[in-house]
Design a protein around this ligand. Structure first.
Ligand code: GDP
Length: 349
């Protein structure tokens, strides 16, 4: 008798879970339908969910992303990097308006691993990109802050997928802050634009050497305000060109585009977008775009794997005690780091 009751209770519980799952799937379907039909509120809500740090939001977020991914893949992603003050936001505003005038729909996202910017950044981005953020064919999203699951860059890549599903076919991703963000953005974009300014002291202006190597376009901004400033921009460009000629060719073999111009008055922005769009079209034709994306997926998966493996090791019930003991022992007898790892992994199975 007791067994029967138990079975029935289990059966009922299972049914409830099944029902909840079906509702959940319907909910996601409806949500996605709203997003693809251009409902901005639905898109904004989906983005908040994907950026959420709550573990319980993750299942719905992933269900939504899976559906979004089915509709994504056609958009092209621009990465824009440069030191603070180089003119990234100003350039994105000009480039965004230019892309819209070509019939595209533009989403602007930011990667900010330092994540200092919270509510206020929304206002910051919106005022800085005032024309673009008011445009019906644009969507300007401030940088996510505080997400820990998978990291801020991963959240940005996921938000890009949602934006694609919402019909935005050019995604401009800006690096904010310094440090990791250039690498992160490079791993999620189809072209990578490096903005520089004339007269940055040592010439390279704190830009890491690797970034110069990765750039698909190197553009010296603020070439405006008279012949002297234009000449300064040209001469800075020559320095960068010289530096780059000493480095190896980028992965897909295409040399970077070089230029000077002004994001503020739009000078040469159109020409640069022309060249980048032509390059992207060619990369699509010859398979380089697909190859680049495959590499990026592999790199992202590897980075996630490393983060996940580390998380699992740290969450192992024996980890904390073992680690503490190893550190204490090491303080006395200097156990090599590699040896510490070996001992640790052996004890954690
Ligand atoms: P970000 O920090 O790289 O995003 O730089 P911003 O786009 O916020 O620009 C920093 C400052 O430089 C702002 O005051 C802009 O108005 C100015 N600025 C940006 N682009 C240009 C340009 O092409 N010419 C001039 N003269 N000023 C610019």
């Amino acid at each position: 008798m007791a067994k029967d009751l138990e079975n029935e209770a289990r059966h009922r519980a299972l049914n409830r879970i099944r029902e909840a799952r079906t509702q959940h799937v319907h909910g996601v379907q409806e949500w996605m339908a709203k997003i693809t039909s251009g409902d901005r509120t639905a898109l904004a809500q989906a983005i908040s969910l994907v950026e959420s740090t709550k573990a319980e939001d993750r299942a719905t977020a992933e269900a939504l992303l899976k559906r979004a991914a089915e509709k994504a893949g056609h958009a092209l992603r621009y990465g824009i990097t440069g030191v603070p003050g180089a003119g990234k936001s100003t350039w994105i505003e000009a480039a965004g308006i230019d892309l819209i005038s070509r019939g595209h729909r533009v989403a602007v996202l930011a990667v900010d691993p330092s994540s200092h910017r919270t509510g206020g950044s929304l206002l910051g981005d919106k005022t800085r990109m005032s024309d673009l953020s008011l445009h019906p064919d644009a969507f300007v999203r401030p940088s996510p802050s505080g997400r820990t699951l998978g990291g801020v860059a991963e959240a940005t890549a996921e938000v890009a997928v949602l934006c694609e599903a919402a019909g935005f076919d050019r995604i401009l991703i800006e690096t904010v802050g310094v440090g990791q963000s250039e690498t992160e953005v490079r791993h999620m974009t189809d072209v990578f634009v490096l903005l520089l300014i004339p007269g940055g002291g040592d010439g390279i202006q704190g830009i890491k050497r690797g970034i110069l190597e990765w750039a698909d376009a190197v553009w010296v901004n603020k070439a405006d305000g008279g012949p002297e400033r234009m000449a300064a921009a040209q001469s800075a460009l020559s320095v960068y060109q010289g530096a780059l000629s000493l480095l190896a060719a980028p992965e897909d073999g295409a040399p970077p585009l070089f230029g000077t111009g002004s994001a503020l008055n739009g000078e040469q922005v159109h020409a640069l977008i022309d060249a980048l769009e032509a390059r992207l079209a060619e990369a699509r034709r010859n398979g380089n775009l697909q190859a680049r994306r495959s590499r990026q997926w592999r790199d992202s998966a590897e980075a996630l794997l490393a983060a996940e493996a580390l998380r699992q090791v740290r969450n192992h019930p024996k980890f904390a005690a073992l680690w503490k003991r190893l550190q204490e022992e090491s303080a006395h007898s200097q156990i090599l780091p590699m040896e510490q790892v070996r001992v640790l992994l052996k004890h954690l199975d």
